[in-house]
Design a protein around this ligand. Sequence first.
Ligand SMILES: Nc1ncnc2c1ncn2[C@@H]1O[C@H](COP(=O)(O)OP(=O)(O)OP(=O)(O)O)[C@@H](O)[C@H]1O
Ligand SMILES: *[C@@H]1O[C@H](CO)[C@@H](O)[C@H](O)[C@H]1NC(C)=O
Length: 406
Amino acid sequence: MLLTRRLPGLLYTYRYTVYSVGVIVATLLYFLFRWNLLCVNLQAWQHVKRMCHLYEEGMAIGSLCAPLCISKDIHSLTCHSFQAAKEAVFSAEWYNIRLVFKSVSRDIQALHWYDNGVLRYPTEKEFLSSIRTIVKRKLNLTLAYDTAVRLSRLKPSYEEKDLTKRQQEMDSLWYLLQDNEYLLSTIFTDKDIFPQLIGTCGSYFAVEYLEPVPSLSSYLSLNDNKEEWGQRLRFAVQILDLLEDLDTGFREPFHLCNVKFNHFGYVKNKKKLKFIDLDEVYPRSIINNYFMEIESCQSDEDCEYMDCRSVCDQTTGQCRGTVTNNNLQIVCEKIFLGWGMSNTILVPGLLMSQHTSSELAPILRRCANPTGGDGKLRTMPDREVKKRLYTLLNEIEQSVNSDFFL
Ligand SMILES: Nc1ncnc2c1ncn2[C@@H]1O[C@H](COP(=O)(O)OP(=O)(O)OP(=O)(O)O)[C@@H](O)[C@H]1O
Ligand SMILES: *[C@@H]1O[C@H](CO)[C@@H](O)[C@H](O)[C@H]1NC(C)=O
C-alpha cells in the first residue's frame, strides 16, 4: 500500500534514471527484433498477409496460396528466430503435417520485360534454357531435359495452359530457382538428404519441418548420465551417415560451408537426420571455383568461405584452387570436439564428456586437426582416420545403446 502511494513520487525523484532505463530497454528490444534474435508470431502473420495480398491481386501463384488465403487450412503459425540470411522463416500446420516457410530474395532482375510498352515473356524454350543455365552456374550440373521441364513448372506433372497463369508461374519460378535451398530441395527429391519441398506461394516456399536436435546446452547439464551419452553417440553416428551420403550420393561431393548444431534436424521419429540450412551447401567444383576466382591472398585467412577453407600459396600470392578441408573435418572440429582456442577446449562438443574413452579422444583430435597445426585447420582427415572414427563410433554406440534398447 505504502509503496503504491509513494510510487509516483519515487518515479519523479528518479525520473532521469527511469527515462534512461526506458530508452535502453527500448533500444535493446529494437535490436533484438531487428537482428531476428527475437521474433513474434505477428511477423509470420504479416508475411502471410503480404502473400495473400499478392495472391488476390493475381501476382502470386502456387499450391499453398489457396490453403493459406482462402480455405485457411494452414494455421498455427510460429516464428523462428536466429535467421539472419533469410528474410522469413516460420512454421505452420497443414492437416497433420508441419511445414516451414521460407522466403527467397526478389532482389534480381524480373523475368519479363517491356518492349515499347508491350509486356514480354521468354518463350518456353528460352525459359527452359535459362533454367539450365542457372543450374549449371550454381551447381555445375547439366540437367536432363525431363528434369528441366519438371523444374519449369510449379506442379511437376501439370502443364499450365492459361497464358496469364503461365506467366505468373514463370515469374514465381524465376525467383524461387535462384535460391540454393529451393534448388537443392527440388532437384534432389529422390535423395532423402535435404528437406522435402512441400509447396510454394509466390516467392515463398515450404519444406517439411524437421525436429530440432537436443541443444548442446541441454547436454551440458549436470546429469551427464549413460543414457544421454547413448543419445549423443547415436546422433554422432547419424551425422557420420549423413556426411557419407553427401560424399558419395552425388556426381561430386557436396560441402557444408555453414555447419552449426542447429542446422541438423530429424525427420519424424528420429530415424533419419537431414541438413536444414541449404543456403551454403555447394558441390565441390563450385566451391573450388570460388577459391580460384579470389584474385590475390596474403595469408590463409583470405582463402575461406565460412567453414570451407583453402590455403594461400605464398609464391604466387593466390589461393589454391581447391577446397582443402571437408565436412568430416568441420564436424569433428565444431560439433564433436567443441569450441576452443589453440588446442584447449573451452566449450565441450557433442562427444566430449566424462564418458569419452581414451581411444576415442585422440581419434577425434586427429580428425579435427589432421596435421596438428595451429589456427584454423585446412586439411582433410585421411582415409585411415576416417575409417577408424566410423568403426569406433559405431562400436561404442552399439555397446552403450544395447543396454537401453534391448
Ligand atoms: N525445415 C526446418 N525444420 C525445422 N526448423 C527449421 C527448418 N528450417 C529452418 N528451421 C529453423 O529456423 C532457423 C533458421 O532457418 P535457416 O537456418 O534456414 O535460416 P538462416 O537465415 O540461414 O539462419 P542461420 O544460418 O543464422 O541459422 C533454423 O536454425 C531452424 O531452427
Ligand atoms: C564442372 O564439372 C565438370 C565435370 O565434373 C568439371 O570438369 C568442370 O571443371 C566443372 N566446372 C566448373 C566451372 O567447375
